[in-house]
Ligand binder design. Structure first.
Ligand code: GLA
Length: 411
């Protein structure tokens, strides 16, 4: 039985019991045998259908988990040692469960994991013994479909299960987000962790990020499918303008609330509490044109989410496509998180027959876009959009058609 990365990907796509067998064999060849059982877990990547950059502005978002997963094999040890390794990027990292973890560049992806252990300890959970962990991911790294949140949520779920901590999905999501804030210096919203921890197959989630109320919405696409288009432009959220956007929105909220106060009106807790009408009445008070654009994106995007969910529920997929395009335009013009690579994919996708709409998905600044296309048009779509992208950008984009995925779980 083959246990290299390519073989594991093939098992993951065809037969989960074969995957467990091969992954278990690889685990034992790395860490040796033990009386302790090896436990297996999976967590999905996500796309966001619409509602971008508004999770940290109290908005509604509409993500779905997809059928690409990160897998984890985990086994308890009898001493305090913690070991991490990864099939795709091999190299063993070793710590002690009793360490006081802090971010260290050389610890690479383990920073997310040590962050999670720290947060669990801060919440009063105690660990007497450590573990060995081996990760194997089918999710493109740093590609905008939330490989890092999948890593966090898979690990948090697995540790909760292995140590019998009984943490539910919503809490797993909060722990993942806190690890990003405290360990990775990314002031992200909760959308990615939330969908990854709580997703159900064949649905998307309409999540109110102000209250964390949510509902599962059946993802009935008929003859249409979402295609993920990866720009293959590498970026790291912490290096990007992500935190800058978060700060600009805070400034915008301050300006709006100062105006509301001067008018003797109630202040708002976040930008997505404003309707278009509120915005029209208040916009003159925002003198900085950049801040004005950021606020406008939040207000209009939040309204598009309601309309998109209504369109999907009504089976009006063409309307959903129009809203996706409007969302991309707003992210390009007002929020400025797209760039030539994503704009090229978006434009070329829309030139292709059978494409109802397309947009950047996730943080942007590189990463991925999605398109809603007719199922019979996939090969033609990839050929046309791929060639035009290569021509303009100089390197290849990659594509895959996605189905839905389930939230973090044991396998
Ligand atoms: C990243 C963040 C999310 C969200 C998106 C943009 O994926 O992790 O919280 O802000 O960007 O919508």
């Amino acid at each position: 039985m083959k246990t290299d990365y390519t073989a594991l990907v093939a098992y993951a796509e065809t037969d989960i019991s074969l995957l467990k067998k091969a992954f278990g064999t690889l685990f034992e060849s790395k860490y040796g045998t033990s009386d302790e059982e090896i436990h297996f877990y999976a967590a999905p990547a996500r796309i966001n259908i619409i509602g971008e950059h508004i999770d940290y502005n109290g908005g509604k978002v509409f993500p779905a988990a997809i059928d690409k997963y990160i897998y984890l094999a985990l086994r308890r040890r009898t001493d305090a040692t913690v070991k991490y390794d990864d099939v795709r990027f091999p190299g063993e990292f070793s710590f002690s469960i009793t360490d006081n973890f802090t971010y260290k560049k050389e610890n690479d992806y383990c920073n997310y994991l040590n962050g999670i252990l720290t947060i669990l300890k801060d919440r009063g959970f105690t660990f007497e013994t450590g573990f060995e962990a081996l990760f194997f991911s089918c999710i493109p790294a740093g590609g905008g479909i939330s490989s890092s949140s999948a890593l966090e949520c898979c690990f948090a779920y697995a540790v909760s299960d292995l140590y019998g901590l009984g943490i539910d999905g919503v809490e797993i999501a909060k722990i993942g987000q806190e690890s990003e804030h405290r360990f990775m210096n990314v002031n992200c919203g909760i959308m990615d962790q939330f969908i990854i921890a709580t997703a159900k197959k064949e649905t998307a989630i309409l999540l109110d990020c102000a209250t964390l109320e949510y509902q599962y919405v059946p993802l009935k696409l008929g003859d249409y499918r979402f295609v993920v288009m990866n720009t293959n432009k590498k970026r790291q959220l912490s290096d990007s303008k992500y935190n800058e956007r978060v700060s600009e929105c805070k400034i915008g909220l301050g300006v709006i609330n100062a105006k509301l106060t001067s008018l003797g009106k109630k202040t708002v807790p976040d930008l997505c509490s404003l309707s278009s009408q509120d915005f029209a009445e208040l916009q003159d008070s925002v003198k900085d044109p950049i801040i004005l654009k950021r606020i406008r994106h939040c207000v209009t995007e939040n309204e598009r989410v309601y309309k998109a969910v209504a369109a999907l529920k009504a089976g009006a997929l063409a309307d959903l496509g129009v809203l996706m395009n409007a969302s991309h335009d707003s992210l390009r013009n007002d929020y400025e998180t797209t760039g030539i690579e994503l704009d090229t994919l978006h434009e070329e996708a829309n030139k292709t027959a059978g494409c109802l709409g397309s947009r950047v998905t996730g943080a942007g600044f590189g990463g991925c876009a999605i398109a809603l296309i007719h199922k019979d048009g996939y090969n033609d779509f990839v050929k046309k959009v791929g060639a035009a992208y290569k021509d303009k950008i100089g390197y290849e984009a990659t594509f895959f058609e996605c189905g839905t995925g389930g939230g973090a779980h044991s396998i």
